[in-house]
Design a protein around this ligand. Structure first.
Ligand SMILES: CC(C)(COP(=O)(O)OP(=O)(O)OC[C@H]1O[C@@H](n2cnc3c(N)ncnc32)[C@H](O)[C@@H]1OP(=O)(O)O)[C@@H](O)C(=O)NCCC(=O)NCCS
Length: 248
């Protein structure tokens, strides 16, 4: 699986002002940030929040939960502000009925967020809805139960086929399903066991959704950046160019 070249942006140094790239309809921009960043990044995030969000930060009892919210929301505002050419605090965010966030000033600037294992990842597209899911690969005591509960017989046999690959394949299928549910904005409404995917020649394909006969032409892709994480995307559009950015 090919890893993209990552371009780093130092939030404190003005990099974002000097070399921020426009997002074209042919591209998908991927961003990531550590949820334990430098003091400079934390300060930029603090400054990016709206008044209501600054109030909300104070309500979180655990410092790490507080910081996760501050960074994930702050960086989202910084990036949306850049794409829209406005101040981060001026970005107006709304939520669709099942909770998927969108930008009120430009609902055609599609984005989605995920966090796991101390990192937050973002995907932006102008082509259409997008879903991203991130999981830190980690041992799970109830792995076999999870496989049985959430995957079809064919998916289970693929996941179980090579024991050395089992955990990785589990998280791959898990994130594919999550990213699909997040792209369509449905969250929990479709049960994961009603979705069936396959991987052939490294291509991820949706085979079927129980109860649905009509679905859009979604594409699915794993976009690796670190061997201990799985980052998966569901997106629309052919011949898409991916750009990978990291905030440091
Ligand atoms: C929101 C949901 C879709 C993803 O949550 P998650 O994996 O726990 O968390 P992630 O970090 O990946 O994503 C959270 C972000 O997704 C976004 N989000 C929230 N609701 C969403 C929805 N309906 N659609 C798309 N994105 C959504 C938000 O930006 C949220 O961040 P916030 O809480 O800071 O606002 C989850 O609630 C859910 O319903 N998942 C499906 C459950 C399932 O059975 N999965 C099994 C797959 S095999």
């Amino acid at each position: 699986m090919e890893t993209l070249e990552t371009k780093e942006f130092n939030l404190a140094s003005g990099d974002l002002n000097e070399s921020f790239s426009e997002l074209t309809a042919k591209e998908i921009h991927l961003w990531r940030v550590s949820l334990n960043p430098s003091q400079e990044v934390l300060l930029s995030c603090q400054n990016a929040l709206s008044t209501a969000e600054k109030g909300r930060v104070e309500f979180f009892s655990f410092d790490q939960v507080k910081q996760n919210y501050l960074v994930s929301q702050g960086v989202l505002r910084v990036l949306l502000g850049k794409y829209l050419g406005i101040n981060p605090q001026e970005v107006e965010l709304g939520r669709h009925s099942k909770g998927k966030p969108f930008c009120k000033q430009d609902p055609n600037l599609y984005f989605n967020i995920s966090n796991s294992g101390g990192k937050c990842v973002y995907a932006f597209s102008r082509k259409g809805e997008i879903g991203i899911d991130l999981e830190k690969i980690r041992p799970l005591s109830d792995l076999d139960e999870m496989i049985e509960k959430n995957f079809s017989a064919q998916e289970q046999s693929y996941i179980q086929k090579k024991s050395a690959e089992k955990l990785r394949r589990f998280f791959l299928f898990w994130t594919i399903k999550e990213s699909y549910l997040k792209a369509i904005g449905e969250g929990m409404r479709i049960e994961p066991q009603n979705l069936e995917f396959t991987v052939q020649n490294q291509q991820i394909k949706l085979i079927g959704i129980k109860g649905y006969t009509d679905f859009e032409d979604w594409n699915f892709k794993e976009v690796p950046f670190d061997k201990t994480y799985i980052r998966t995307l569901t997106y629309l559009g052919d011949s898409v160019e991916f750009q990978d950015f990291e905030i440091i």
